[in-house]
Design a protein around this ligand. Structure first.
Ligand code: NHW
Ligand code: EN5
Length: 387
């Protein structure tokens, strides 16, 4: 029973016809911008809508503070995502961003920020269809205001604001199961600082293995193996755009980036995103690999406050073996001081996990499309990485 989601243009969990839905079609009748109300949804009277201006450091700090204290935790509430302010600026200000899509709820009268939801524009390709869409992220309601049906109002208001821009589809991910996943991915983890991860309660020493054997097993070379691997630069943007376009177009779900988007999403930003290209001796860019930085707060631990985690982002290979490239990403992440490397079993990632000593996590990531009914897919057919 989903009192809210049953009213929305998403496939129902019991939709037996989904497997035959093919490349997909909209669920709602085709509407026009003029069919959509020009004024915001009503909010409970003690609250008010507030665009959060993340170009203003003071408001960005408010969004950071809300998320740092109230955003996603693991199933045992040991860790909570701690997206940095630099990360939020990167995630929320890509080409085409709109101020009214950084939607906050405040206590009435310009008071405390208590809830958030964000949209950014993206071209999403599902099977054979390219859709002008948004990616929804950072839905958060303060812990003290949970279960008051605030989330459905946030979702309806961001939908209205996106529809007013003539966009009718969205992609989003969640750990929880909602109506209805288009694909379910699994988190996998690779220890970079095994001792620290065990002490934090993130991982356990496998039975009958000593700590020194565990450290030896997880040790990494000091330098990457791939000749010509170097940080991506602005002069690589055109080549990387073509490389990614060709590579990602072989999957059933993904984004389509233009050069400006590749520049935004992939040019290295310390503490945020790390990208590397493989340049052949003639200068041709043959491969690209990347990861982003997303620490978690370690909750209720006497000594450790933060778990520095790197997350696999976009890789595309034409010459280098993917396992070799992924291992180079582990090495670069380790050298940058990350304690943990995470990856989903999307694209060809899972083919590298055994060799590179990844362990399966206890978390799943479900992918959803709003107002698009299509055949669900296997994780290795998905190439979409959301932050
Ligand atoms: S997923 C991360 C979501 N955030 C968190 O988990 C942070 C910690 N939790 C919270 O802040 C990444 C609250 O628990 C939240 C729910 C706010 C999650 N997605 O207000 P009520 C994203 O940001 C449904 C969607 O009483 P609450 C993606 C739930 O099933 N729906 O709950 C976001 C129920 O509906 P039902 C979710 O605990 C995508 C209703 O909310 C959900 O106080 C958003 C209960 O509301 C989730 N993660 O607040 C959709 N969690 O029908 C975008 C719960 O079952 C759609 N619910 O009764 C597209 C929009 C744009 C379209 C444009 C064309
Ligand atoms: C919005 N874009 O559950 C995303 N993380 O496995 C929002 N588990 O870290 C949705 N429970 O398995 C995000 N260690 C949904 C994910 C929410 C966070 C989450 C999981 C993913 C996770 C860890 C720690 C669990 C702590 C107890 C885990 C065991 C694996 C370990 C790896 C190292 C070697 C030994 C085994």
């Amino acid at each position: 029973v989903h009192a809210f989601w049953d009213t929305q243009p998403v496939p129902r969990l019991d939709d037996a016809g989904l497997v035959d839905a093919g490349s997909g079609a909209p669920i709602d009748p085709l509407l026009k911008v003029s069919d959509i109300p020009a004024t915001p949804y009503a909010l409970l009277s003690q609250f008010e809508w507030s665009d959060v201006d993340v170009t203003d450091d003071a408001q960005l700090a408010e969004a950071y503070k809300l998320l740092n204290a109230n955003y996603v935790e693991d199933d045992d509430a040991m860790f909570r995502f701690d997206y940095s302010t630099d990360f939020l600026r990167w995630a929320l200000l890509p080409p085409g961003w709109r101020p009214e899509w950084h939607l906050g709820v405040r206590v009435a009268g310009g008071g405390k920020l208590v809830a958030l939801i964000t949209a950014i524009p993206a071209r999403v390709a599902v099977y054979t269809t390219g859709l002008p869409a948004v990616e929804i992220n950072f839905l958060c309601v303060h812990k003290k205001l949970r279960s008051k049906r605030l989330a459905p109002v946030l979702i309806k208001e961001i939908t209205r604001r996106v529809n007013r821009c003539n966009i009718w589809q969205a992609a989003y991910t969640a750990g929880v199961v909602l109506p209805s996943p288009v694909v379910r991915c699994q988190y996998w983890h690779r220890s970079l600082s095994p001792k620290m991860l065990i002490e934090m309660g993130f991982s356990r020493l496998p039975p009958r293995r000593t700590l020194s054997a565990h450290l030896r097993l997880n040790a990494l070379p000091a330098k990457p193996a791939t000749p010509g691997l170097r940080p991506m630069e602005d002069r690589d943007v055109a080549a990387v755009t073509v490389l990614l376009r060709d590579y990602l177009s072989t999957y059933d779900l993904g984004v389509v980036w233009d050069e400006d988007e590749v520049r935004h999403w992939l040019l290295p930003r310390k503490g945020v995103v790390y990208s590397y290209v493989v340049a052949a001796t003639d200068g041709t860019i043959t491969d690209v690999g990347s990861f982003y930085s997303l620490p978690s707060s370690v909750l209720r631990h006497p000594r450790y406050k933060t778990l520095e985690a790197a997350y696999s982002f976009y890789n595309a290979v034409t010459v280098t073996d993917l396992t070799v490239l992924m291992k180079d990403m582990l090495i670069m992440a380790h050298n940058e001081g990350f304690a943990l490397f995470n990856a989903l079993d999307l694209m060809q990632n899972a083919t590298t996990f055994a060799d590179l000593k990844f362990s399966i996590g206890d978390g799943c990531l479900n992918y959803y499309l709003y107002n698009w009914r299509c055949r669900p897919m296997a994780p290795e057919r998905n190439s979409l990485v959301l932050l």
